[in-house]
Design a protein around this ligand. Sequence first.
Ligand code: UDP
Length: 320
Amino acid sequence: MKNILVFGGAGYIGSHTVWHLCENGYNVVVADNLIYGHAEAIPTDVPLEHVDLIDANALGELFAKYTFDAVIHFAAFAYVGESVEHPAKYYRNNVVGTLNLLEVMRIVGVKNIVFSSTCATYGEPIYTPIDEEHPQNPINPYGQSKLMIEKILSDYENAYGLRWVALRYFNAAGAGWNIRESHMPETHLIPLVCCSITNGNPINIFGTDYDTPDGTCIRDYVHVMDLANAHRLALEKLEDFSGVLNLGTGIGKSVKEIIVIAEKVTGKKCPVVFTVRRPGDSTRLFAANKKAHEILEWFPEYGIEKIITDAWMWENNRRF
Ligand code: UDP
């Protein structure tokens, strides 16, 4: 399994995975609509095809041009708030687009896919750490769209023999190679903390009255390079395993803890403003990752200090 199509490979997690696959001897082709992706984020010798998942004809041409053993599918809209305001956009791109991709794979006989899913498919947790058996009740269209695809993948396995792994990421963060987290607009805590430290504009801390030891929300931050590695391991296991896996460290950190660690790592003060809760935020999300240990032999290598160190380093070396 050496010839890999990475759809959405110019995005944040996608581009890190592309670099990782190239370093491990895979032949990679990237397809991306470049709405949120960055062409500069992928190695210059990797073919980049400007294709939108919604364009079924272009997908057909892509699969006629190259021979793929497997697809890694990152291409999705991923702003929770926007998904509530514009569910049509999310269901069309994330669900209809994925159906287009699966259809062309079925027609040409590509039977392997690794899919970017999310802990947002669980919704408000009823227990933590969250294992893969936790009920899935997503609270926004983004999470719904990802859950729908998980179900579609399972049905395609039963009917067409598709091999699939859906990786449910917790909070991806950090940076590697010459790339960094670069969303437009940026809504994620760690890059915003780095920005505030750099430009002196305070970061909003959304809610200090949560039922946690310091009153702020707890999340499970996982290094993007550990995620990249997990995608390669998932590809290698597809023959033996189809199903879902959590990707998190199993360790939760609060927003206030993140600020303290960022100040320690950078040696600088992070200006903060305490504001009201952000709608839709869960109090506490962290993963049980035993299944990924057992099936992929995936053990996250990097902790929160390394995540913030790398995010900070690239904040100061940004190219795009
Ligand atoms: N957060 C915050 N200020 C910000 C951005 C995020 O306090 O400017 C908090 C947010 O409320 C959540 C945590 O940081 O508790 C992680 O948010 P992020 O958007 O990074 O990831 P999410 O868990 O929402 O996917």
